[in-house]
Design a protein around this ligand. Sequence first.
Ligand SMILES: [Zn+2]
Length: 55
Amino acid sequence: MAKFKSLIVGAKFEVASRKTACKHDKKHVITKGEFRLSVKNSTQGESYYCISCAK
Ligand SMILES: [Zn+2]
């Protein structure tokens, strides 16, 4: 758990500036203007999750 936590640099909710796919399930599409969870990770960069996966 501590190791996992250290990989996450920061997570925030933001409004999608373009259409993106949810990192958890590619079938989840986040359309422009919708809220998404943006997670910064030291190894993979930035990933996006739809609201239902972020809960
Ligand atoms: Zn999702």
